[in-house]
Design a protein around this ligand. Structure first.
Ligand SMILES: [Zn+2]
Length: 260
């Protein structure tokens, strides 16, 4: 009998990778409920220096009511942006309606982070998308040791409480507070490790579409449930992967009503 291996070994590491790949195809997004949301932000992934992916994106309502969003090439790739140009043109109009419409076309900050929803830990790592208001508050907590400093540290960090009041783009208010006491990400080191390992690669949110792709979106030729068409790392042939818990519609809440 030949001792040449006729099959590969599906080792523990590979199995973990497979689990992570499957998860990449089924992004789970956390939606902030009204009232208190107790959230643990994960630290940056290895090789990264920030726990957030910060994007500037356009959010537009098409004439037929559909909504599209995509990263702004001017803000994120130093390329001319047709939507920014249109916004600027409208803002310079004499009509107040045009000026308002122009302002709505400006790119807005939207950040993404890997989080654990403390009220639903079984869901594992999820992505939270949020706007400038929450981002500013989080950065202020990080910068203030009396508020907990680096709240993402898996051992010495703390949970963050985001309190949501109201619904919709213009009536929603958020309060962001650090938990009074420091806690670890999880008391079981193995669970903590697993969460850190399966955290999403947030770089996928930084993709900037080509000018042609943006034009197609603006013309409504391309309906896309995910704003940046962030593809899973491993494509599963013949299977359409739909992100759970989030659509472009949901993004309304993750935008502040005012441009940055
Ligand atoms: Zn733009």
């Amino acid at each position: 009998m030949s001792d040449l291996a006729k099959w590969g070994d599906w080792g523990d590491e590979a199995a973990k990778q497979d689990a992570a790949s499957t998860k990449a195809g089924q992004r789970s997004y956390m939606k902030l409920s009204e009232g208190d949301n107790i959230i643990r932000f994960l630290p940056p992934r290895i090789g990264k220096s920030s726990p957030f992916a910060v994007t500037y994106s356009h959010y537009m309502e098409l004439p037929d009511g559909r909504k599209v969003s995509f990263n702004c090439p001017r803000m994120m790739a130093k390329r001319p942006c047709i939507v920014c140009a249109k916004g600027e043109q409208l803002r310079n109009s004499r009509s107040m309606t045009d000026q308002k419409a122009g302002k709505r076309l400006f790119p807005r900050l939207r950040a993404y982070a890997n989080v654990i929803d403390r009220s639903n830990e079984a869901q594992g790592v999820q992505i939270l998308a949020f706007g400038k208001g929450i981002m500013d508050d989080l950065v202020a907590i990080r910068g203030n040791p009396r508020k907990g400093g680096n709240f993402t540290h898996p051992e010495t960090g703390r949970d963050i409480i985001i309190t949501r009041k109201g619904t919709g783009q213009f009536d929603t208010e958020y309060q962001v507070n650090p938990d009074v006491s420091a806690t670890s990400l999880h008391s079981e080191p193995s669970q903590m490790e697993e969460w850190l390992e399966i955290a999403y690669d947030l770089d996928t949110f930084m993709t900037v579409l080509s000018d042609d792709e943006i034009r197609a979106k603006v013309r409504g030729e391309e309906a896309d449930p995910e704003p940046q068409r962030a593809a899973p790392k491993v494509a599963i042939a013949g299977r359409t992967v739909t992100p759970r818990g989030r659509s472009v519609e949901d993004d309304v809440d993750s935008f502040d009503s005012d441009p940055f």
